[in-house]
Write a protein of this length. Sequence first.
Lengths: 224, 297
Amino acid sequence: MIELDNVSYGYGDTALFSQLSLTLAPGSFHFLTGPSGAGKTTLLRLCYADLRAMDGQVRLFGQDAAALDRDGVAMVRRRIGVVHQDCQFLDHLSIAENIALPLTVADRMSEAAANLEQLLSWVGLGPQAGQLPPSLSGGERQRAALARAVIMSPEVIIADEPTGNVDWEMSQRLLMLLVELNKMGKTILIATHDLTMIRSLKSDVNARVLRLKDKQLTQAGADL
Amino acid sequence: MKALLDLIVGDPQADRAVPSTGITARLTVFAAGAMAFLAVFALALSLAAGRVADRWAEELSQAATLRLPADPDRAEAVLQAALTVLETTPGVATARALTSEEQQALLAPWFGADLPLETLPIPQLIEVIADDAGYDAAGLRARLMAEIPGAVLDDHTRWREPLLAAASRLRLLGWAVILLIGGVVTAMITLAAHASLAANTRVIGVLRLVGARDVYIARAFVRRFTLRAGFGAIVGVVLGVFAIQLLPNTQLAGGFLADFGFTGASWLWPLAIPPLTAIVAFFATRAAALRRLREQT
Ligand SMILES: Nc1ncnc2c1ncn2[C@@H]1O[C@H](COP(=O)(O)OP(=O)(O)OP(=O)(O)O)[C@@H](O)[C@H]1O
Ligand SMILES: [Mg+2]
């Protein structure tokens, strides 16, 4: 699905990481951990063609990301649902409209109605559906972001700190949604600090834990 | 064409995706309206100048004057000789000696109405009207010179040409003004579109992140500016035509004001202004949006 092959990236002169390789096989479940500022968000942005690798190759669904034109990038993004760390909503649209936005821009609005109801109740945002994003709490916004990421039923779901602002119970619920999606064959990549959350899921899903630290990506072992 | 239709039918959802900026919207409508108003006047000017030029050219090319030498003793004989020459000239439809009342009327502006014409050696004038084919003025002059020395054929070429030149210059000027107005509308809409795109940088970024193609984002802007410009132009044209209809209908300035307006098929010209403005807005916004989107990640 997504392959990074000896990829380098950095802002300005300092390299954030180099010679980094990663393969997300179809149906796999990955956690990405690492200290704040290690480059987790940057790595995820490479995976949905928001950034272009400075060196090495990123392959998305078998296509070289560097060779994609702007429409090609748009098409790839429709196959990848993303929960952004800073949510990225349109503040003049209601939460329901924001969640339906991927369908809207793909001219697939007709599919929205049924999915939307179900999703809103899944993430517990039924009553807030008509509100504008700024009037929601941080946790509510993150739940909405997750709903938007999955509404297109994408093949890959990438989530950047999806549970940063929600309580334990809600975070378990959101993660279980991702686990369910994974069981349906979706490929999942979650960046998080929250090691207890990873541990709590160990019994539910066969997840691999990657650790980004000191410009290196390593696989975390049983010591977790 | 299909793009244009889609545009008018519209996609309310796509429109909602980009928030409307009140001030650019109002300024675009106003500027398009003002430019359409001016374009109506430039059009009326061009059309009127064209009509006046055509009429003058037609009237003047058909009428000429033959002035006979003032010779009280032989007046009747000379007049008869001249009429004979004219009547036998191919291309002359009628030749008619002006009566003394007519001659008096022509002179009145200069010498007053009570001029005793009979006592003065006034040259006799003959009005020569050409038929559609016209006559050979040079040949006619040569014959007259031989038979009636001193006769002068005046076919008004001398003062007709600068008048015609002025009228056609005026018509050209009108079209140049219309082209300039078109250029200003294009520039203005491009600026407004850029302002709107710049104000919506974040919105565009979010739309790109959720998988919107450039054409989808551009469409929201294009539709908005096309409708605004078209609406403004309709208001401007209505007001402009109304103002022209209110002009007093007078024969002033050689009937120029009477010609200043729209009749028959020339009504199509002002009616074309709103759709043309909309088309200009469509392409200007589209170009601006696609260029800007390419620059933004
Ligand atoms: N647009 C940018 N321009 C310049 N530097 C940036 C930019 N984005 C991130 N950085 C820098 O790159 C480094 C990695 O940032 P990144 O957001 O990828 O870290 P992260 O691992 O996601 O951190 P966190 O866990 O706090 O979200 C940071 O030091 C950050 O300051
Ligand atoms: Mg981050």
